[in-house]
Design a protein around this ligand. Sequence first.
Ligand code: ADP
Ligand code: MG
Length: 669
Amino acid sequence: MQNHHEPLANKEHEDHCHSGDDNNDEHSGHSVELFRQKFWLSLLLTVPVVLLSSVAAGFFGYNIPDNLLVHLISPVLGTVLFLYSGLVFLKSARHELAARQPGMMTLISLAITVAFAYSWAVSLGLKGMDFWWELASLITIMVLGHWLEMKSIAETQNALGELTKLLPDTAEVVHGSETKIVEASSLELGDIVLIRPGARIPADGLVLQGRTTVDESLLTGESHPQKKQENGAVIGGSLNIDGSVRMKVVELPGEGMLGGIMDAVAKADESRSRSQVLADRFAGWLFFVAIITAGITGVYWMTIGGGDLAIAMERVVTVLIIACPHALGLAVPLVVSIASWRAVRSGLLVRSREGLEQFRNVNTVVFDKTGTLTTGEQSVVAVIGEDQSAVVQLAAAVEFASEHPIARAVVKYANKQKIDYSQTETNNFQAITGRGVRAVIGESEILVGSQRLMEDSGVEVDVDVPVKYSSHTTVFISSNMAILGAIVLGDNIRSESYDAIASLKSMGIQAMLLTGDNKAVAAAVADELTISDYAAGVLPAEKAEMIRKLQAKGRKVAMVGDGINDAPALIQAEVGVAVGAGTAVAIESADIVLLKDNPMAVIEAVKLSRATYRKMVQNLAWGAGYNIIMLPLATGMIGGIMVSPAIGAVLMSASTVVVALNAQLLRRR
Ligand code: ADP
Ligand code: MG
């Protein structure tokens, strides 16, 4: 996985999700609680102000006592509200103005300041109608909207916090025959740690001793407990269930797999998608439209509209409130953060947000065979040649340096057969990607690889591989241009591959198989999985070329692969998907990493991409549509409709809540 991580503490995210960008520290963590308090207190203060308004008195039919004390209640409570809750918006507006990006907060501030100043003027004797109850309810509703919004954002950010919590605080380090409990953060690479049943694993590591089962579900989405034994890789943050094992630390706590996931979640939150840029631009633009509309409205009501300052003020304030692009500011970021939360739950590590965004357009998914559609856990089925143990010994000696699944299978087989290859000294090891390996042993140049490797090197392949192995992967071994024999390997198709291919078909997406393996094997696998399109014997560079050709035909391609040899193709494709257990190179080249080696996660990615896009469009349409319809109505210049400032605030907040709730729906499948 990626190795460059900032320390965890630095990732204690500020709030990236909020386009209003009001005062970052007001926004993270504790601010939800703060706004909850502000809301309830504001509501409490608002009730008497509303009851003392002539509107409420007229509606319920009671009389407001006419004395100075009573007349003072509303201005005093209104001022308290303005200072206690309203000031938050003013502060945020200052941030916007300092950044030369006047937006929502500036609009709200302008609206409440105008209402506040005008109401005081009236209360002090200016002729007209004061706005106290409108001001009070406006501030309260705005605080409510803000509280709900922050709650939404905080819940999403919790995903990151929850991940951090997966790491234990302490670890039990083994020193000789003793163990010592240390802070997990002080672990170093190579430390040996004892993991007892029920403990969380502090870092990525390798099991040295013991057997156990671990629960990796929160990290990879894999719901079944995983068996681990010697040499098995364990992931930091997973839960040790029953056994007791010793493990060697291979990645520092918070790095490795978990670090990669946290990076991806944090980055996905930060990275602005294209729709976000659009939404921000619209919101910024709306500010100026709102100011101009408010100006025109004021002038209209002061002249043609009758010249009543109270009415003009009320219209201006309403325009400013309704224009607040609250919903618009929230439309995209909320969807984005919920989408990355859901991605992790589905076993997807999104490295590039744009990659996930593009997935909805993909109409062709190209799969690498080995390690992707098949388990990649090859095993030797047969050895062919006059001196079989010599064939295995030479092959294993060379393959020892390779990380290819075939190489691992050959080495494993040699170990099992107790064929000692470790004394055989090899020099000049070279991997010929997509074809095989080469090394010098003594005086001989040994080649291990595909038929193509042999033919390209001028080796005549005159071994008889029995027909029954024709759909198996076969590698050949030659020494100084003379063929020595062959090793036949078997590989199993993953059970999930059947579902994955069928689901793609039902979604109207074409599946294709691409492999460096020979045609017979490719045909057998393609046939078994009912993939109609396949290409065999494809070299790494050719894999990328094949994808370019598909693209030239207008296809939008996602490539799913695992090995070093898939990296060019992963980069070439619109979306590159690496299978989690694959090599670091493949993972670095990919847009999306499948945390569990399950091709079904590709289907999840497509669905998530489509759902995310739908939500964004819905939210943007709602946020923009609301403003386009409500702004003209707020001026009071159309069809005699008069929206009061408080109703304006209700509508504005409601539109925000709609967007927030709609985004939350993405959590459901
Ligand atoms: P795939 O595209 O199916 O993942 P690869 O491109 O990794 O397959 O490999 C293609 C072929 O090259 C293999 O089927 C094998 O014949 C040969 N090959 C690649 N690497 C090795 C190796 N380390 N040892 C032997 N043969 C190899
Ligand atoms: Mg492969």
